[in-house]
Design a protein around this ligand. Structure first.
Ligand code: NDP
Ligand code: 2IT
Length: 445
């Protein structure tokens, strides 16, 4: 494989798909050596096959607003690779959603799911629907219309969607209800379900908890812990919430959260009732964090800025892709940040990642560090299949074990002669090998 040549071909085939091409390049650069050392991969054109989704499904989603007007959004499901298990991955509802973003997310999901050690293939989907300012009834009508089309494409052994940006418990509920009606079955076809109807304890917290568990393992390699550390979190959604809870529980002080409007700096630490307030902000459908500063004295709102300008020991980007650029990385490094663990998918730009690696920070890439969410989705699927529920202690212990295993896999493939661990390389190689070998075993299909 020649990465530049392959990327050139892909750029010609998929012009303008910036996020997708960015994600593919990162994986190919990491696996290039191991790929070329194993000619059986080249002979089976594994890379050419793995970079293209098995299929992409697009459909229109018409729905009626509270004002009686008819709206039309686009819906997508990308079934990327099911060599090691049913397609599995979230649904994102955000106005920025397009094919490139969903292809990047679906591609990342293949390797992330492989790292979890559970039998799950990679998929992703969503819509350019904007939940901002919509009533519950509008969100319900949208979700129902979305599922009217999606239900034919998914199934508990075929493709199991879950949440992502803009899709939480409420949306999963509305979609599950419609699926159940159309398919005339009650199965574990979606994950992130409510506790009374097949959901798993700890799934809401899992991505954030898992991210902190992964960072804890990285810190331990340097004899460090979360105790007494200052942490910058970005985002204020599901992942940011879980990460803030766990980092605080481990003795750290989380001093920032952020939204599309700017960020909050709270030097006293975001703990206790302030963490619960994140849930209120998220449920308000208003897309802003500014009200936090009015509610909690001593905190400041910085409009249009990102949290990376604050001096912290640990950074947990938990909002969205490419939200931490080269200048942000320089600022974090200058201020002595030792660890960056990605709760979001691909939040750091390639230039930022390069700086983190160059300065030998403990850098956990999203596909390893945020795999706790989908891993716990996998545990939800197991519980649904067995028709029983595990306690939160059981699920949390399994999640913790999985994050430690992922860390070990990254160390196995990412450690260099000097003992330094490149977690990007480690995660990409470990995630790739399992899927590639499964594809080899199963022939050209
Ligand atoms: P939520 O919808 O709960 O929260 C997303 C957060 O990011 C919100 O604060 C959101 O604000 C903000 N955000 C979204 N788009 C932008 C943007 N363009 N600019 C600035 N801020 C933005 O989503 P999650 O917490 O579930 O997801 C956060 C990240 O974590 C995503 O990258 C997702 O792919 C990733 N992830 C999620 C998992 C899960 O289980 N939920 C698992 C693994 C990764 P708003 O929505 O109001 O715009
Ligand atoms: O990016 C992700 O891993 C998720 N949004 C979670 C996917 C899932 O199937 O739980």
């Amino acid at each position: 494989m020649n990465v530049d040549k392959l990327m050139l071909q892909l750029e010609q085939k998929h012009p303008g798909e910036v996020e997708y091409l960015q994600a593919v390049r990162e994986v190919l650069e990491s696996i290039e050596d191991i790929y070329n050392q194993n000619p059986q991969f080249e002979a089976a054109a594994i890379v050419e096959r793995i970079v293209e989704p098995d299929r992409i499904l697009t459909f229109k989603v018409p729905w009626v607003g509270d004002d009686g007007k008819v709206n039309v959004n686009l819906g997508y499901r990308i079934q990327f690779n099911n060599a090691i298990g049913p397609y599995k991955g979230g649904l994102r509802f955000h106005p920025s959603v397009n094919l490139s973003i969903l292809k990047f997310l679906g591609f990342e999901q293949i390797f992330k799911n492989s790292l979890t050690t559970l039998p799950m293939g990679g998929g992703k989907g969503g819509s350019d629907f904007n939940p901002k300012g919509k009533s519950d009834a509008e969100v319900m009508r949208f979700c129902q219309s979305f599922m009217m089309e999606l239900w034919r494409l998914i199934g508990p052994e075929t493709d199991v969607p879950a949440g992502d940006i803009g899709v939480g418990g409420r949306e999963i509920g509305f979609m599950f209800g419609m699926y159940r009606k159309l398919a005339r079955e009650n199965t574990g076809v979606l994950t992130g379900k409510g506790l009374n109807w097949g959901g798993s304890l700890i799934r809401p917290e899992a991505t954030g908890f898992g991210n902190v568990y992964f960072a804890k393992e990285m810190l331990a390699t340097k004899g460090e812990t979360f105790e007494g550390k200052t942490v910058a979190v970005s985002g204020f959604g599901n992942v940011a919430w879980g990460a803030t809870i766990k980092a605080t529980e481990l003795g750290a002080k989380v001093v920032t959260i952020s939204g599309p409007d700017g960020y909050i700096y709270d030097p006293a630490g975001i703990s206790g009732e302030k963490i619960n307030y994140l849930l209120e902000l998220r449920a308000s459908n208003n897309d802003v964090v500014a009200p936090y500063a009015d509610k909690f004295s001593g905190s400041t709102f910085f409009a249009g800025k990102r949290p990376w300008e604050q001096k912290v020991d640990i950074a947990l980007p938990c909002a969205t892709q490419n939200e931490l650029n080269k200048e942000d990385a320089q600022m974090l490094i200058k201020n002595g940040c030792m660890c960056v663990s990605e709760g979001a998918n691909m939040p750091s730009t390639p230039e930022a990642v390069e700086l983190f690696l160059e300065h030998k920070l403990l850098f956990g890439p999203g596909k390893a560090a945020n795999a706790g969410g989908v891993a716990t989705s996998g545990l939800e699927m197991s519980q649904n299949s067995m028709k029983l529920n595990w306690s939160s202690e059981e699920v949390d212990a399994k999640l913790h074990g999985i994050m430690c295993n992922i860390h070990e896999a990254c160390v196995k493939y990412g450690k260099d002669a000097s003992g330094h661990v490149d977690y990007v390389k480690g995660a990409n190689i470990a995630g790739f090998l399992k899927v590639a070998n499964a594809m080899l075993d199963q022939g050209v299909i």
